[in-house]
Design a protein around this ligand. Structure first.
Ligand SMILES: Cc1cc2nc3c(=O)[nH]c(=O)nc-3n(C[C@H](O)[C@H](O)[C@H](O)COP(=O)(O)OP(=O)(O)OC[C@H]3O[C@@H](n4cnc5c(N)ncnc54)[C@H](O)[C@@H]3O)c2cc1C
Length: 481
């Protein structure tokens, strides 16, 4: 794209909303994944019309366009691997309507999750999916990834909170999908197709979301286990007992060591910790549910059990889990915490076995891995900790990633629970969904015949994630010889 193109975009958006400085291109060339690729230009639309005009410019010229919210995606979804335009949607951040009577909220795509929940709180309602990144993640990015969070076991993932949306298509047309009502049976649920589409089908420019009342009572518990297997058995029992729990989180020993080391939390050096929660409008109901979970933990040799309704105490109980991600980044000198094979979902009965398998695979491949996650929704998080300066460690990580996904597939699990596919998860995703890839390509062609919307992702991403783009980490020069 030459100077003339840049001038055209400036004509559409104003000089201040079109960036070509190298520093800007670097900032927009990576996300929270291992990947890096520079865009040709960064644009910042403020209105739906701006988005339409950008697409009308890019589409006939076959210029790639990558939508971007906060850039907190962990699989390279927002990395412009084919160059082109990065469209930063954070300036479209207005809450357009809070409709208490009809229980929905209408927002622009750049609204940050926490900002939305702050606005809803004064009405005693909340938008529940809330990923751990809610301080920065945008609603557009959450929809495009089908994000979820600690309470998704009860309240569902983002797809369960969507009523409708407005989307700008590749050719600049604006379409309305879904409805404002709680139910809708008007043919293909195209709004659902946008959920998890990772910017490959259209640009979400407005969303209608449902909200739910903030529960009056919330009780959280914690239990420690000397054996991971016991924690796994407690998880299976809790999840098949019919309790309507609002949270069930696991931390393994590596995770415990990491938070103790970085935050001095003094958690016991056990094989596993479970954190559980029930919430509701009636205290007696919450009591029954949380006690049932406590009994399951006790039955499976859980000890050191604490329960609390108090908000401050709940924050203390949960603090280890909350601080885990930054703690892992400081686990070992020169080691980085990479988001690789980081969020599979597995059947409840296989949680403990999966955690054990992760440790085995890590050991065999000279990397450090941890197992934690929203086990209430079957989500098993890992992170690969490795010396990213060493080329050999990338080969180690590649083998470990392959082995983990093969194992997860063999037990009926899935490649991603919530972090999406992008580039790094694509090889495993393609193996898992091999029978529907052609159908996905046909859908993509129907929405985006010129293949300009976030090309080279999902089913069209390369088979080797290590060489798919540059890596965000710099290799040691000695190691490159
Ligand atoms: C510390 C940390 C913790 C995290 N915890 C969680 C968690 O608990 N649960 C979870 O689900 N995820 C989690 N994530 C991952 C990430 O935050 C989520 O996937 C989030 O939804 C991404 O939002 P974003 O605004 O950063 O999107 P981006 O990273 O900017 O974009 C992600 C994808 O969405 C597309 N996109 C963005 N906006 C639009 C739009 N308006 N229209 C069309 N496509 C669009 C992009 O093209 C890209 O493909 C975490 C990330 C970090 C760094």
């Amino acid at each position: 794209m030459g100077l003339v193109g840049i001038e055209r975009l400036k004509g559409i958006l104003g000089d201040e909303n079109v960036k070509t400085d190298l520093a800007d291109l670097y900032v927009y060339g990576s996300d929270a994944s291992v990947h890096e690729a520079l865009p040709w230009v960064v644009v910042r639309p403020h209105t739906i019309e701006d988005v339409q005009n950008i697409m009308r410019y890019a589409n006939p010229r076959l210029i790639p366009v990558v939508a971007r919210g906060a850039g907190s995606g962990m699989s390279g979804q927002a990395v412009p691997s084919k160059g082109g335009i990065v469209m930063d949607l954070k300036r479209m951040n207005k809450i357009l309507e809070i409709n208490l009577e009809d229980t929905y909220v209408r927002v622009e795509p750049g609204v940050v999750d926490d900002d939305l929940n702050r606005a809803l709180k004064s009405h005693n309602v909340f938008y529940p999916p809330t990923p751990a990144s809610s301080r920065i993640a945008t609603i557009g990015g959450e929809i495009a990834n089908n994000a979820s969070g600690v309470r998704s076991v009860k309240y569902g993932a983002v797809r369960d909170s969507i009523l409708g949306m407005k989307v700008v298509m590749a050719n600049g047309d604006l379409i309305n999908l879904g409805a404002k009502t709680r139910v809708e049976a008007t043919g293909y649920q195209l709004d659902r197709l946008m959920v998890g589409s990772e910017g490959t089908l259209g640009i979400i420019v407005e969303a209608t979301l449902k909200f739910v009342p903030i529960p009056k009572y919330r009780c959280m518990g914690i239990a420690k286990f000397n054996k991971l297997e016991d924690a796994g058995n407690a998880i299976s029992e809790i999840m098949s007992s019919g309790i309507n729990l609002s949270m069930l989180e696991l931390m393994d020993n590596v995770a415990i060591k990491a938070v103790n080391q970085a935050q001095n939390l003094g958690l016991p050096d056990v094989e596993a910790i479970l954190m559980f929660e029930a919430d509701g409008m009636v205290k007696e109901g919450v009591d029954i549910e949380v006690k049932k979970m406590m009994e399951s933990c006790k039955k499976h040799k859980g000890f050191g059990i604490e329960l609390s309704y108090d908000a401050k105490e709940r924050t203390r109980i949960f603090s280890g889990r909350k601080k885990l991600f930054p703690a892992l980044s400081q686990f070992k000198e020169y080691y980085s915490c990479t988001s690789l094979a980081d969020d599979m979902a597995v059947p409840y009965s296989k949680m403990a076995e999966t955690a054990q398998k992760i440790h085995e695979i890590a050991k065999r491949n000279n990397v450090i891995m941890t197992a934690y996650g929203h086990c209430g929704s079957g989500c098993m998080h890992t992170k690969i900790l490795m010396d990213t300066r060493k080329k050999s460690q990338w080969e180690d990580a590649k083998r470990a990633v392959f082995e983990i996904y093969e194992y997860v597939r063999s037990i009926g699990g899935t490649t991603s629970a919530e972090h999406g596919i992008g580039i790094s998860k694509a090889p495993a995703f393609k193996r898992e969904k091999s029978d529907s890839l052609n159908l996905m390509r046909a859908v993509k062609k129907a929405f985006d015949p010129n293949n300009i919307l976030n090309p080279g992702k999902l089913m069209d991403a390369p088979d080797d994630w290590v060489t798919a783009t540059s890596l965000r980490y710099r290799l040691d020069e000695k190691d490159m010889k």
